[in-house]
Ligand binder design. Structure first.
Ligand SMILES: [Mn+2]
Length: 230
């Protein structure tokens, strides 16, 4: 049987990415692997992750961190902010990585599921008419798309009906979401939790624990995250 694997946000965690692909038992040219975006930044080896993605023909969508890198390489170095300097240092080869991730689409309509980094706009059926920033960053829905992350508003997926499952990442602080029509796969690997993936043919989740805490979460700012099980 040809199988499909959707992998959540990697953020430079190369070891865990290699492990989850091995755990799945990936057969190149037979199986197909997709990934939810945010492959880079924060974690230990963004360049290694991009090399692994290319070598293994993994199909990725763009995440907000890839989008941030593309803005960075379009900005003269002389006016980089401290945050931008830090990102360039973490990514190590920003120009080369940007040349790869610039080719990634904002979504992929796969045979098994719609793949997008953060989510889609409730009430719309045409992805081309949705704001790219919304596709890259939405967590909650305010009825108009102005405030995309507000704990007083419902999650975007509670406001969306779609004819096939939607696979997304971007919401590590919420943790894994595994219901029939929505697969939220960012389980916070870079924050020391786990890397998650979903195979639709087996309807099975794969999980690899993070080897370490690569990036600290502000638990006062994200009290819910502190309560999540790994
Ligand atoms: Mn993200």
């Amino acid at each position: 049987m040809n199988r499909t694997l959707f992998i959540g946000d990697v953020h430079g965690c190369l070891n865990e990415l290699q492990e989850i692909v091995n755990l799945f038992g990936y057969v190149p040219h037979k199986d197909t692997i997709y990934q939810t975006g945010d492959t880079i930044n924060k974690g230990p080896d963004s360049v290694g992750v991009i090399q692994f993605i290319l070598k293994n023909d993994i199909h990725c969508v763009r995440g907000n961190h890839e989008a941030r890198l593309l803005r960075l390489v379009d900005t003269p170095k002389e006016i980089w902010t401290d945050k931008e300097k830090k990102m360039a240092a973490i990514i190590q080869e920003p120009e080369w990585v940007a040349s790869i991730v610039s080719q990634w689409p904002l979504w992929i309509d796969t045979p098994q599921a719609l793949l997008v980094h953060a989510g889609i706009e409730p009430g719309k059926t045409n992805l081309s008419s949705m704001d790219p920033n919304l596709l890259l960053t939405i967590r909650t829905w305010d009825g108009c798309g102005k405030d995309l992350d507000n704990k007083n508003n419902p999650a975007w997926y509670d406001c969306v009906q779609w004819p096939k499952p939607i696979v997304f990442g971007h919401w590590a602080m919420k943790g894994l979401l595994n219901v029939p029509l929505f697969k939220g796969l960012d389980s916070g690997c870079v924050y020391g939790r786990s890397l998650s993936a979903w195979c639709p043919e087996e309807d099975r989740l794969y999980s690899v624990p993070a080897k370490e805490v690569y990036s600290e979460v502000n638990k006062k700012k994200h009290p819910y995250f502190a309560t999540l099980k790994t």
